[in-house]
Design a binder for this molecule. Sequence first.
Ligand code: N01
Length: 490
Amino acid sequence: MSIQVDHDAVVVGSGFSGIAMAIALKAAGRDDFAILEKADEVGGTWRENRYPGCECDVPAHLYSYSFELNPYWSQSYAPADEIQDYLLYCVEKYDLRRHLEFDSTVQDAAYDDETGTWTLTIATSWGTLRTIRTRDVMLGVGALHEPHIPEIPGLETFAGELMHTATWDRGTTVSRKRVGVIGTGSSGVQIIPPLAEDAAHLTVFQRSAPWVMPRSNTLYADRLIDTFEQHPAAMRAHRAKLKATSDLRERGITSAPKLLKAASRLALENLHASIKSPELRAKLTPDYAMGCKRVLLSSDYYPALASPNVTVETAAIDHVEPDAIVTAGERHQVDVLVLATGFDPLGSYRYLGIKGAEGHLLSSDWDAGATAYLGVTVPHFPNLFLLLGPNTLLGHTSDLQMIEAQVGLVMQLIRERDRRHLKTVGVRPQVVPEFLAELDRRSKQTVWASGGCDSWYLDEEGRNRTLWPGSVAEYEKRTTRPEMVDYHFA
Ligand code: N01
């Protein structure tokens, strides 16, 4: 009996993950798919994050698809707009626009045991609902997507302009205004220098001092761009070098104490050279081991904090009033308040209502934490594939490498299922406990666990459910040659 579906596959989300998945489906001649996107344009992270100073702190030639290298990156670290343009270029080049359905928010997905198909319920911003039936669902909904809004008493009473970095309104101007920024992670470190330049006064509310390494962002000379354009092999060699050094740094920061020590020394020298005031320097000296949280790269962050119109407040925030942030004993008046407070990791996956085989609910199965085999497949959720799912983010190198490996794995699984003329593929439940035990064992040996900090890497029980604890090369190997016995075909 052949089952009627609207599409063979539905890709949810059109950021780097969704676009990579769609390109792979297309390349395999599996043209019957839709890409559902809740917004009105592609881009994911790079469509949403438009705050001043937003860029990618991973080198541009590594933060691009390996199969679509871009000779035209203007500088070693690309600004957000340029990355968004790159994604738009990919959409046109691979003829994906006709697969895209905008203003289509997937509310829930339900698996039908009988037919082995999924039915997605999709809402528009107008409130209308529709359904799509499909065999495969690929979720590229973004791992760091749902803004984390801190629970600070009185925050809702703030009467000035209030924004999270991921919801920055491009019309906002800060000149002649008093601005407050809460948070000094990757987003905070990027937004603070341009705000310090424009605002009348900037108060930075820092809870933990980050580790900051100097970074030079060089513009690529026209001659080099021409060389990359005319000699793709030179560009590939450049990328290979970036990949090797980034992987090494990632491994070093995570679990090589000697390398960490040397890097920590460099970061403290950077702090010393940039900040002359001993009092400010003390405030900016991290009190946990480097690598426990993401190491930040910036050469204009410390100089911005040393500007005369900038105050670094390290006292805990007590509450917010309509025009001020109040810390122990001090009232900081602000007109604009920016929350650079990060994201709810894997939040977008949790908020989707996903009902799998035999009534399994993803949200319930993930009660004790989000888990997936190699971050991609979840027991009892056949023909459902996660991209950048649990334990597959990277701390300090390009997540695109993980996305490409995952897309490759998904393609192999569905190809194998079809080769066997079967309806479904999913991970065997027996395989997962051992995999999770391995993740826990390896994560405990990293600086994330031993570095003496709280970070979004670990959950409340101190378990890592976000980052991959091995090397990129190892992940690539495990996904390029998957153990088909780990999967159940039916
Ligand atoms: O968020 P974060 P982010 N009161 O969670 C503070 C990616 N990314 O948006 O450290 C006061 O790192 C919090 O303080 P503490 C990247 O993967 C990539 O900056 O918890 N402060 C911290 O300082 C990154 O890791 C790029 O003590 C509060 C900050 O807010 C991830 O996104 C660029 C608070 C949150 O830092 C998240 O980065 C940007 C409270 N109640 C982001 N709650 C690239 O360039 C939180 N904080 C690739």
